[in-house]
Design a protein around this ligand. Sequence first.
Ligand SMILES: [Cu+2]
Length: 236
Amino acid sequence: MKFVLPLLASVALTNAHFTMQYLWVNGADQGLNKYLRVPPSNNPVTDVTSTDMTCNVGGLTGSATGTVTIPAGATIQLEWHQHAQRTGEDPISGGHKGAVQVYIAKAPSTAASFNGQGAVWTKIYSSGLLNPSTQQWATDVVNANGGKHSVKIPASLPAGEYLIRGEIIALHVSQSYPGAQFYIGCAQVKISSGGSASPPKISIPGTYKGSDPGITVNIYNNLQSYTAPGGAVWSG
Ligand SMILES: [Cu+2]
């Protein structure tokens, strides 16, 4: 009986995928799909070696996407939904249990022309299994918060143009690889002033492996701890 529920849930939720649809800057909603590289569908990426892992399908360029100027040390929110914007349905359907992470990468020139390849990404936020006794995941909190989660952009980052990459890893069918579902959205920002930090960086794709314990994992067996892929958070 224990395994019946998740199996049914995963079948029922096949089409209940989602995308990153809004960027908020210091409490101001920037509008639907503004400053975001918009993927062609709400399907997840499952091949961790694909360049779709960087900024979703078609996301290697942002030539059609604007770039928003934000102050150093801004708090941003990323907001996700299943279908076209705020319809009132659950932002993330309840079966999509998993981790929420945010990365940032400095563009050599403009954010719009940056493909995000190579060791350029710094993890600035990660939330996973929050409460083992209730099996509460970061995705449950995002869902309860209207699809939103916050992160402060470290003020010590140098001024310049950046990609901000939101990532939600749904683990409802991740017992074998490929199975984990990566929902990815990239925003284009310009940090107007900043510091001189040189944070640690990873490659996406590149650093994640199918065998990572945060990617191939059975979450239906009273999981007690979870290690998200991509290493530690850098807090500036
Ligand atoms: Cu889905």
